[in-house]
Design a protein around this ligand. Structure first.
Ligand code: NAP
Length: 535
């Protein structure tokens, strides 16, 4: 059965107590706040507006398969990365549950593909509406399980919901072709048909949006899905299942099988090699992507791979310093540096270098506040776990040992084991780890360069190419550099580029395919050529 969920405060360690009103007890079909003594004023200040009072129906701990909430033989714990407090125990699905989910999705596909595009569109729209109605609760779930500052979590929920809205519109705009061939008695038709069941595997850093970006497109196309969310963040995926069900999305169309990291390999293999699955859609590290590509190869499945990045952020001499600093702040420190499009290395031309570094350091000191994601004013939450902190620390130590200078930050933050100080390094050189390994944390290393060619060469030396940014006021340079950067997405004088209307994806080892935009739905459609003769 669903296990209890204890939702503690961000400040539980400091307060040393748990808010009784946050303890939830299972009820048929969901979890409800447990009754208990009223919280004291300090606790109320700490917890009010967080998870206490959250719609109980959204807090799910079982898997969701074939339209039913199902327990698994085992459970795994989910923790608040800010405090380390237990949030709840979630069904730990294994191969058996994975196969059952694929079967449910396949059976549902046979019906869903026959549902009219207009009806699919309308159901996606209802799901979108429910996300908007529940946006505050959904945001709080994100902050609780991923540590993301609440303001950013609200932003993610809107971004996530907009994919459902966008693909509800795209569902009705899937057109085929009629082609005139040299044979007068024939016409060639091109039909677009749904691929089938999609295995969807997602990371923890956007626990909601990485799901809807895939699932919105899949469902709009007439496909069904089995979602395996990240171990750290299953609650957002399960809350989406509850809303899908409320929206009337038919049973088996959206299935969620949470599992522990221990089971991820075999569950991943089970869903990615099952003959009833036609498509693998993955967002996560390049290392895991390569494993899944092997699975896909054995049974020749279609793939979408949204993998890691190493975004260069280039500031040319002609740049407006204030604009460049604002862009660097946004692109580097969003989600505490834990996005695939976060700038990983800042390349700054010699003439503007000192002014940029000075202004950037000042902006960091003025605008960044480390804290629990639920606290008003926090801009930098915890990293997802201690391993992530160790990675940042290792990169900083490596850089300093090779001659980099710490301008600000540089060490673990006193708030707790998952926190790291926002850090700015200068005198960084290409032999340092932080210039060729994705950081995924609040570290901004600055490399000084002299010529445009040098900057492009450094940027393009990476074996990945997701996003790239540059600041320049020279129109000819803007065209040259935008065309030469080996990435899938370019921000010119702009540090935030994601938008549901635009194609998201990378080149080189950053992945295959595009998500969002008018192109995203193609990833879930097959072309069928029909030769109509005897005319
Ligand atoms: P990850 O370790 O590759 O995990 C991603 C997902 O894959 C999780 O659900 C994980 O489960 C699962 N997984 C891990 N090993 C698996 C296996 N052998 N078989 C099947 N599934 C497996 O990536 P992450 O560290 O969570 O996420 C950060 C990475 O994602 C970064 O590299 C970032 O750049 C990338 N990312 C890319 C995009 C994009 O759009 N291009 C967007 C966001 C993030 P567990 O959680 O249980 O380990």
């Amino acid at each position: 059965m669903a296990t209890c969920i204890w939702l503690r405060s961000c400040g539980a360690r400091r307060l040393g107590s748990t808010f009784p009103g946050c303890r939830l007890r299972p009820r048929a079909g969901g979890l409800v706040p447990a009754s208990g003594p009223a919280p004291g004023p300090a606790q109320l200040r700490c917890y009010a507006g967080r998870l206490a009072g959250l719609s109980a129906a959204l807090l799910r701990t079982d898997s969701f398969v074939g339209g039913r909430w199902l327990p698994a033989a085992a459970t795994f714990p989910v923790q608040d990365p800010a405090s380390g407090a237990a949030l709840g125990m979630v069904a730990d699905c294994g191969v058996r549950e994975a196969r059952a989910a694929v079967r449910a999705a396949y059976e549902a596909f046979c019906r869903w593909r026959e549902v009219s595009a207009k009806e699919r569109s309308s159901l996606l729209r209802k799901w979108y509406n429910l996300m908007i109605q529940n946006k505050d609760d959904l945001a709080r779930i994100i902050t609780a399980e991923s540590g993301k500052p609440l303001k950013e979590a609200h932003g993610e929920i809107l971004y996530s919901a907009f994919f459902l809205e966008w693909f509800s519109e795209e569902a009705r705009r899937v057109y085929g072709d009629i082609i005139h061939t040299p044979a007068k008695d024939r016409r060639a038709l091109v039909l677009k048909q749904p691929i089938g069941v999609a295995a969807v595997i997602t990371p923890w850093n956007f626990p909601s949006a990485m799901i809807t970006r895939k699932v919105g497109a899949a469902l709009a196309a007439g496909c069904t899905v089995v979602v395996k969310p990240a171990e750290d963040t299953p609650f957002s995926a399960l809350a989406l299942a509850e809303l899908a069900s409320q929206a009337g999305i038919p049973s088996g169309v959206y299935n969620v099988i949470p599992c522990s990291r221990k089971n991820a390999k075999e569950v991943g293999e089970a869903i990615c090699t099952d003959p009833l699955v036609s498509k693998i859609s993955f967002t996560g590290s390049t290392t895991t992507g390569k494993i899944l590509l092997h699975h896909a190869a054995n049974s020749v499945k279609r793939v979408s791979m949204e993998l890691g990045g190493l975004a260069p952020f280039i500031v040319f001499d002609s740049a407006n310093v204030d604009q460049a600093v604002a862009g660097a702040m946004a692109s580097k420190f969003r989600n505490t540096g834990q996005t695939c499009v976060c700038s990983n290395q800042l390349l700054v031309q010699r003439g503007i270098h000192d002014a940029f570094v000075k202004a950037f350091a000042e902006a960091m000191k003025k605008n960044l506040r480390v804290g629990n994601g639920f606290e008003e004013g926090t801009t930098q939450g915890p990293l997802i776990n201690e391993k992530a902190v160790e990675k940042v620390e290792k990169q900083v130590n490596d850089a300093v040992s090779k001659g980099a200078t710490v301008v600000t930050g540089g060490k673990r933050h006193q708030l707790g084991k998952n926190f790291f100080e926002p850090t700015l390094l200068c005198n960084v050189t290409q032999d340092m780890l932080c210039t060729h390994e994705e950081t995924f944390g609040p570290l901004a290393p600055v490399i000084k360069f002299d010529t445009e060619e040098e900057a492009i060469a450094i940027a393009n030396a990476a074996d990945v190419g997701l996003a790239g940014y540059f600041y320049s006021q020279d129109p000819a340079q803007i065209w040259r550099v935008a065309e030469q950067l080996e990435v899938g997405m370019v921000g010119v004088n702009e540090g935030l580029i994601s938008s549901v209307e635009c194609p998201f994806g990378g080149v080189k080892q950053s992945g295959l395919g595009r998500e969002g935009s008018k192109y995203g739905i193609d990833e879930y459609l097959e072309l069928k050529y029909v030769c109509y003769g005897g005319l």
